[in-house]
Design a protein around this ligand. Structure first.
Ligand SMILES: *Cc1c(COP(=O)(O)O)cnc(C)c1O
Length: 396
């Protein structure tokens, strides 16, 4: 049976009532002036969410992975070299996809829980005096470990070396939840999906393309399949589609973007920081270390929390689901039995999150993990109330 409980996984995220209602629409013909009039303003507003004025946003049917593929297969041909960091499951999967497309990937290996290592990035770029590296792949928010990397610094490192590579950024679990500045950071392709910060079901790859990336994609002659940006950008600019759009999701995306705009993007980002602080306070009170190595790396959309041996993090997640009907994120790859993840992005409030922390606490206690009952919830309450007290002082 479908539970009414919220989910606490870092995607798919909870779907707000407004968005659910927006999806309950009859069939709609996309080859109409009405669709064109609808699609133009949506594309413009999406640019604002991505922090771009010069770029274009396109919607491919698919998921975040499709967005990775759009970036790789349009701008790179087999044999081309790219530079990427492996520091979690998602950064590694993007590398795997690049290899499967015949690209040569220079991998900077970093410990899971670390961000993109800037020193290694700088020296890899400095050594490449011939400009053989055609693109840098950077995961803004590594969802497997709860680590946010500084994309502005990646751009700085590239500029310092005057390196001509394109910059591709995975913003799947950050865009719409964490500040994202495509133009300021000189991002050439930014990738997101519908089921994380946009609070929709899975089904859309939301991809922003810079002017430079568009020109380079157009200039390249290697064959590409149906993810070809050429026809997509051409149709998009005419507020139309080269094939049948996922129109139900696109209609609901309007609602999602309205919600983000009504709250205001700075307020959305501040809410994520505020809620994340509550989760981190809870983990600290439980005495359970979080996976991200330094406070500067802490993600405001997902926290990976270590479960001490001999307890199994996988069993914890399964138990919480079975017993309480609440989902937390499992650990991925080498962390599969070592961490559980609390997703705190999208439609969440203090109240919803407290229910998740209270449930996590019950599940931890059920498994016999030595935590103080109520300690995490109390710490999160303290965090939330302290911020409120502070802002009331400012008003007074
Ligand atoms: C979820 C996620 C993906 C993969 O997206 P899918 O929608 O599952 O294809 C890629 N990167 C990051 C950082 C993610 O969080």
């Amino acid at each position: 049976m479908q539970s009414q409980n919220p989910i606490f996984i870092p995607g798919p995220t909870n779907i707000p009532e407004r968005i659910r209602l927006a999806m309950a629409r009859p069939a709609w013909d996309h080859r109409t002036e009405a669709f064109e009039a609808f699609f133009g303003p949506l594309r413009e507003d999406l640019k604002t969410v991505f922090g771009t004025e010069q770029g274009e946003v396109v919607l491919f049917t698919g998921s975040g992975t499709t967005g990775w593929d759009v970036a790789l297969s349009n701008l790179l041909a087999p044999g081309d070299r790219v530079l990427a960091t492996s520091h979690g499951m998602f950064s590694q999967r993007w590398i795997d996809l690049a290899r499967s497309l015949g690209l040569v990937v220079d991998v900077i290996e970093a410990e899971w829980g670390e961000g993109i290592p800037m020193d290694a990035m700088e020296s890899a770029l400095a050594e490449d005096t011939q400009g053989a590296i055609k693109a840098v792949l950077a995961v803004h928010n590594e969802t497997a470990t709860g680590v946010t990397s500084d994309i502005g610094r990646v751009r700085q490192a590239m500029d310092q070396q005057q390196h001509p590579a394109l910059l591709f950024v995975d913003g799947v679990s950050s865009i719409g939840s964490l500040p994202f500045h495509m133009d300021d950071w000189g991002v050439d392709v930014a990738v997101s999906g519908s089921q994380k910060g946009f609070m929709l079901p899975t089904g859309l790859a939301v991809v922003a393309i810079s002017e430079r990336a568009e020109q380079e994609a157009a200039a390249r002659t290697h064959p590409r399949g149906h993810l070809d940006l050429g026809p997509m950008l051409k149709a998009s600019r005419a507020n139309s589609y080269p094939w049948t759009p996922a129109i139900g999701l696109i209609g609901a995306l309007r609602e999602s973007v309205d919600m983000l705009m009504e709250e205001g993007l700075p307020a959305v980002y501040a809410r994520h920081t505020h809620l994340a602080g509550g989760v981190r306070a809870a983990a600290e009170a439980w005495g359970l270390p979080i996976c991200a190595k330094h406070p500067a790396l802490y993600s405001d959309t997902v926290t990976a929390i270590h479960v001490p041996a001999p307890h199994s993090a996988a069993e914890l997640v399964a138990h919480a689901n079975r017993r309480y009907g609440v989902s937390f994120g499992v650990g991925l790859g080498p962390l599969s039995d070592r961490v559980f993840r609390i997703g705190h992005l999208g439609q969440l409030t203090e109240t919803l999150l407290l229910s998740g922390l209270a449930t996590a606490e019950m599940a931890l206690l059920d498994l016999g993990v030595a935590i103080e009952p109520g300690s995490g919830v109390a710490a999160a309450q303290g965090h939330f109330r302290a911020v409120i007290a502070e802002s009331q002082e400012q008003i007074a």
